[in-house]
Design a protein. Sequence first.
Length: 507
Amino acid sequence: MTTPETTPEVTESNRMYNGKSFLESMDDGREIWFEGERIKSITTHPAFINSGRSVAGLYDSLHDPAKAETLTTVDRFGHRTHRFFAPSYSADDLLASRGAIESWQRQTFGWMGRTPDYKAAFMAQLAEGHSYYGQYADNALAWYKKSASRVMFINHVLIDPPVDRSQNRTDVRDVYVTVDREDDNGIYVTGAKMVATGSVLTHATFVAVNSGVASRMEAGRDDDMALVFMVDMNAPGLKMICRPSYEASARSPFEAPLASRFEENDSVIIFKECFVPWENVFAYRDVETTKGFYANSGFFNRYNLQSATRLSVKLDFAAGMLLMGAEATGTDQFRGVQTAIGEIIAMRETMWAMTTAMALDPEPSIGGTVVPRLLTAAASRLYATNCWHRVRDLFEAYLAGAPIYTVSGPKDLLNQELRPDIDQYFRGTGMDAEARIKLFKLIWDGMYSEFAGRHAMYERNYAGNQEQQRLDALRWAKERGDADRYRTLINDCMASYDLNGWLPGQP
């Protein structure tokens, strides 16, 4: 395997999408259903137009000379790409990748969880780790090159729908993804997967299983469901059924400044005799490979660096909202309110410190790469999926009724008959009524709206169920010898005394 020290000189190529080419790539005939109709054009539809533009802005920034050094690098194949789309070979590489992730997240204020760099957590490791996929290793490497060179937007679907989960997966073949048949050209699969966040604006989806499902799979029983593959979003036999769009229902940016541009519609992806060419297959009827990719590919370690960096930016935003909300109501000097703001600031610093630890204290991975330490990533996962609910609790407790002391919409402010009353009775501490109302409309959208409710669910569940998060941490501690280290500490302590008191050499 070529190492960074022996990599031959390569010619740099820049094929990265920009905003215009990204949006053009979305109108490829994909089958998306929304409110009973098949959407003809994603990039002009009111349910997706602004979120599409938000993602396009990320792609445009890749070509901004002022941001190029922070956002991009050249991989060993010569591709100019987003830093997190290339594998990391050192702690400095991981730290630079964090900087690229942070730069993108600040463009969306931390409110888009599945930006293109999220799935780069997995795709980048295919550059050096493609051999893990055995006879399909060339496919994995080809997908790395394809993804990195264009900075492709890829989503994933790992979760089985909540249908008959009391049964073995093999007894729910009419719902869960199963291979139907194969031929010389590829395989055909049928079934459903949830929930493909932001999938309508992606180029392809990665289909596999998560750690919870993998732990229950058995060779000889689950073979026809032991699949890992990529599929283009416009593949024949693939359809997306969307949930309601908060972007489409947002009446104006003044009313919903977050929902109207950072919506990530979650879709159920349904495969019906969906054709997957052999070059898109990573594992086929292979239980062991299917079970192992989640922990062995480096994906888990790396996606937690992306998600923790994103959440750190979002916590910055939350701290700012609570700080300014308290100032607007004149309660920012109250001791209890100050403790709430301080708690969010401390949560943000805790989250950011975890990203620093993941970058600067990595572990070796496949092909000479390094990834964040597995158990540090597991700790970040657990903390991240529980802190946002505490943030919302603090807002509800310490801003009290201030967010609902508002007007029905911008038309009230534009009404000359009504405006004097609004100016008098809706003003804030040190700010006029329009500025105060604008601030609390933003706070409402972020913390209390339906969009905010979806974000709370996302933060709690995007990394797997709460029990599995804890079970994974325990299992990995046992597998890696950490649990033995814990026991050794206890045994060393108890070995220092007996029924008669301290043993020789002890106090």
